[in-house]
Design a protein. Structure first.
Length: 255
């Protein structure tokens, strides 16, 4: 006997896994190492009694954090508590020894979580880690109301040299940027070298590549004439507006 569609097989396997998990939760561990079981695990979660979903997700999280985060949307009750635990685990693993899980996979999975204002503090702590994962957390923090759009942009100034962080923000913000945002972006560009001096960074021109590439990408949909008028100040020598000029160059290269 053969099934014509793989989803039928997956559903039946999920039913059996859910039944066995209720009898012996330890059975889950042996299935987690098999990538072909991912969809079965998600389906099994949706078939479990609601009060067992948090335990199931906690068991998955201990072995595969990214998979557990991806599975949350299939749960039904107690999600705020389990999401809180997952964010704590992300912070613990990343803060203790750097990004121990592939940052792109983890960031992508975080974006799929049904987050709310209850996770504001945890997201703020993850955002403080920087890198691509921190950038994703900052975007999510703004999404749940923990930051305004301007405050989100402002976080790039002290992290001007963090390419991955700035790019994570740029990919999300680029579709919303318009000519009206240019005064804010110019003001932030002027703050970058000031912040670098305050931090005692000697090679200012090498410490803002993340910022300039991100802002350049974000404004690349605007015309060169508009960008020149906004960013170039003809009354200032070029060496006093390096960041502005580099933003223009990045924008032209992205067009």
């Amino acid at each position: 006997m053969a099934f014509f569609h793989q989803s039928v097989t997956e559903f039946l396997a999920a039913e059996e896994l859910a039944r066995r998990y209720l009898i012996n939760p330890a059975i889950l561990k042996e299935k987690l190492g098999w990538r072909k079981w991912d969809q079965v695990l998600f389906l099994a979660l949706s078939l479990l009694p609601p009060d067992r979903c948090p335990d199931f997700l906690s068991d998955v999280m201990r072995t595969d954090l990214v998979l557990a985060i991806s599975a949350v949307r299939y749960g039904t009750v107690g999600l705020d508590a389990i999401i809180g635990k997952m964010l704590e685990e992300v912070l613990k693993r990343s803060g203790n020894s750097g990004i121990t899980v592939a940052s792109s996979r983890l960031g992508s999975s975080l974006s799929s979580l049904p987050l709310s204002a209850k996770q504001t503090d945890a997201l703020r702590k993850i955002a403080a880690l920087g890198d691509g994962l921190g950038g994703v957390a900052a975007v999510l923090l703004a999404r749940v109301g923990g930051l305004t759009s301007e405050e989100l942009l402002q976080t790039m100034v002290p992290r001007a040299g963090d390419y991955n962080y700035c790019q994570a923000l740029a990919r999300v913000l680029e579709p919303t940027v318009s000519k009206d945002d240019l005064p804010t972006l110019v003001r932030l560009s002027d703050q970058v070298p000031i912040k670098a001096k305050e931090a005692g960074e000697g090679k200012e021109d090498e410490e803002h590549v993340g910022f300039t590439s991100a802002i350049g990408f974000m404004v690349s949909g605007l015309s060169p004439k508009v960008l020149r008028a906004a960013f170039l100040n003809p009354s200032l020598p070029f060496d006093r507006q390096v960041v502005r000029l580099e933003v223009i160059c990045e924008a032209l290269q992205s067009q």
